[in-house]
Design a protein around this ligand. Sequence first.
Ligand code: NAP
Length: 264
Amino acid sequence: MTQQAVSLFTALAGRHAVVTGGGSGIGAAIATTLAAQGARVTVLGRRLEALQAVVAAHPGAMQAVAADITDAAQVDAAFAQARAQFGAIDILVNNAGQAHSAPFAKTDLALWQQMLDVNLTGTFVCTQAALGDMLTARWGRIVNVASTAGLVGYAYVAAYVAAKHGVIGLTKALALEVAKKGITVNAVCPGYTETEILRESIANVVAKTGRSEEDARAEFAKGNPQGRIVQPQEVADTVAWLCLPGSAAIHGQSIAVCGGEVMA
Ligand code: NAP
């Protein structure tokens, strides 16, 4: 085994990472990748069974805590539970999110509020719960899983697009505040990625247009110049890279993982 390979397995040794939405999709891939680099990982979400299924594959290196990220009291209690087992939080990956679609005229206040609550306020609440530990340690990594919908507009998802643009604004503002404190804050912006969120979107198109599933899937892949859907591991590898000690100068950035669909 090369020296480089050995160091990758231990690059995050001694670090405690919290991954919200770690029970499925992109979050599960991120949690697994951080654990493979030596971190102790807390996965957080509402469905404890889903979280426990991810933890079961990594005994000792991971734990599950249940919380709804839109509820600050639940988040505070969950982060206290996470610290009790794995210590102060060094890395926070704000990955939990929901993407519900509707034409703007049919976007009611409840849908608007739900998208803002989960995607934007949830990121704010979890960051508030973790930042104190990082300020004390004078080391930290915050990675917000936004979306290409945080960088450009898409039709029929106005609430989601507005919330994800907000996540990128929050990323930039906090990055300036903590720039001299040893903490980096960045966003990762996936394009369409092979997870439950995408499967639901495809099912939605099939139900509303009568197109075949294959056609609907091809439509989602078409926007990506590589002509394909992104895989969760590709997003996880980008998040893990941002968490490495050597990524200290990458700060306040929004990194698109989308095969070139969006270019800076
Ligand atoms: P996913 O498998 O549905 O994951 C979403 C996760 O968020 C679930 O594990 C869910 O767990 C958790 N979650 C949702 N609401 C929550 C709440 N109120 N409190 C706590 N946890 C909550 O979909 P995914 O694609 O991996 O999504 C992960 C992130 O990537 C999201 O932020 C999404 O916006 C972003 N993203 C996805 C794509 C894509 O095409 N898939 C593209 C761009 C960005 P529980 O249900 O157990 O709470």
